[in-house]
Design a protein around this ligand. Structure first.
Ligand SMILES: NC(=O)C1=CN([C@@H]2O[C@H](COP(=O)(O)OP(=O)(O)OC[C@H]3O[C@@H](n4cnc5c(N)ncnc54)[C@H](OP(=O)(O)O)[C@@H]3O)[C@@H](O)[C@H]2O)C=CC1
Ligand SMILES: N[C@@H](CC=O)C(=O)O
Ligand code: NA
Length: 404
């Protein structure tokens, strides 16, 4: 299947038999090209949705896959058919080592020219170096879609560079677009709701809620109105094994993931323009990671050693239970007070954060001038590969609609 790839001068392509429908769609100029960097849990689910949902493969043409080791291309002359294919083996056996990002850009610009279609890069990694490259992708005319929070919550200089290049707000522009729905609340419409509220002239007064799917799952299991009979460390292990956590669970338990989401949202609120967090580290954050584990480099070792600290988590839980409350990890952006923070709080059993959540649910309340009597609430699963991929694929559909 892969026999002729070694003859290609620079990168490998996988010529596979095309069904008439696939052949027709590859030769048409409609839709956009999609280059996927990162094919782990979320990336795999993105590919699954792109290749199996009716109608998507004729709008969203996968032209490249790249992980940290390999790259696999599809070109107009040698199309890659991923539907029903064992693409993991194809990628693993590709003769092309993972391209440096500047080289990847050059190849994608060539594919863009040859296909006559706009190209979007999807970053499904959690890599800071890939995130730091977004301005270069955009400068090369490539759109960016990502669930990776690093660029939007990292140094403010990188964020401002991205703003310089993206043309989302320029009506009729054919410039590159940036969509990032899954950076907050996975596929839940959090970024789009906030940007719609702002674009239509509403004023945001406060955003608060449970922003971490992992910490929601953990505390929904650990701290219930009836008390808790499960070990904190067992719950974390299950969350990691089921893809709710970040690749390293410390990114969740340290509160960094919530702090990143708060930085991302607060940067979208015009009233906070003068008080923007310079990075997620400037958001006051309560860490749940035991001090001796703070520097453990591997996620596996972190989970392995967490049982040493179960008694400490039990103590916190019992204190809340004795007050008739439960523990929940929440984030708040109080626009009026100019206060942004991520912290572990206690809530009475009747509070919506205590009573209405289950699994990896997020609940986010937008308090605004229009929604002043009762906040606009968005609730649902906020972590997991499928719901995260849904946000990514929906963003790609938006780009295809604007750029086809
Ligand atoms: N899981 C979830 O519920 C949610 C995840 N997200 C975000 O989605 C992103 C992906 O998460 P997830 O799929 O769980 O992570 P995984 O660890 O499962 O996958 C990461 C992928 O990125 C690849 N990768 C890492 N660094 C590079 C690099 N420099 N160049 C190319 N490929 C690279 C890895 O390749 P290799 O295997 O070769 O190392 C792997 O394919 C993260 O940013 C996460 O924060 C957002 C919302 C929810
Ligand atoms: N680890 C994150 C995944 C989505 O951002 C979370 O738990 O919310
Ligand atoms: Na979202």
């Amino acid at each position: 299947m892969h026999s002729d790839s070694s003859r290609l001068p620079y990168y490998s392509t996988i010529p596979t038999p095309q069904s008439p429908i696939e052949s027709a769609s590859m030769s048409a100029t409609q839709g956009i090209n999609v280059a996927i960097i990162g094919v782990g849990l979320v990336g795999t689910s993105v590919i699954q949705q792109l290749t199996t949902v009716a109608g998507l493969s004729s709008k969203l043409h996968i032209v490249a896959l790249q992980n940290s080791k390999k790259t696999l291309f599809s070109t107009p002359t040698s199309p890659l058919s991923l539907a029903g294919a064992d693409w993991k083996s194809l990628l693993a056996n590709s003769s092309t080592s993972a391209l440096a990002l500047p080289d990847l850009v050059q190849e994608l610009q060539k594919i863009t020219r040859d296909s006559g279609r706009h190209t979007a890069v999807v970053d499904n990694t959690s890599d800071e170096k890939v995130a730091a490259f977004y301005p270069e992708f955009l400068a090369a005319g490539l759109s960016v879609v990502t669930p990776n929070k690093k660029a939007f919550s990292g140094p403010i200089e990188l964020y401002n560079d991205i703003l310089k290049y993206k043309s989302n707000d320029v009506a009729g522009s054919k410039g590159p677009l940036v969509y990032q729905e899954s950076t907050v609340g996975a596929g839940l419409p959090i970024i789009s709701s906030l940007t719609d509220l702002i674009a239509t002239g509403d004023e945001i007064t406060k955003i608060e809620g449970v922003f971490s799917g992992t910490l929601s799952y953990i505390f929904n299991e650990f701290s219930t109105p009836k008390g808790g009979d499960k070990k904190f460390s067992d719950i974390v292990k299950f969350a990691k094994e089921n893809g709710y956590t970040e690749p390293h669970p410390n990114d969740d338990l340290s509160g960094s993931d919530v702090a990143r989401k708060l930085a991302i949202l607060s940067r979208l609120v015009p009233e906070l323009k003068d008080a923007l967090p310079q990075g997620y580290l400037s958001v006051p954050t309560h860490s749940l990671t035991p001090a001796p584990l703070a520097d453990v480099a591997s996620g596996e070792e972190y989970v392995q050693r967490l049982p040493e600290f179960d008694a400490d988590y039990d103590k916190l839980n019992k204190e809340a239970f004795d007050q008739g409350s439960v523990l929940r990890y929440v984030g708040v952006i109080d626009v009026k007070k100019g206060e942004i923070k991520a912290s572990l709080e206690t809530y009475p059993a009747t509070h919506p954060f205590a009573s209405s959540l289950s699994g990896s649910d997020n609940i986010i309340a937008f308090h605004t001038k229009r929604y002043s009597a009762r906040p606009l609430l968005v609730q649902g699963s906020g972590a997991g590969a499928d719901v995260t991929a849904m946000g990514v694929v929906a963003d790609l559909i938006k780009i295809a609609e604007r750029r086809s």
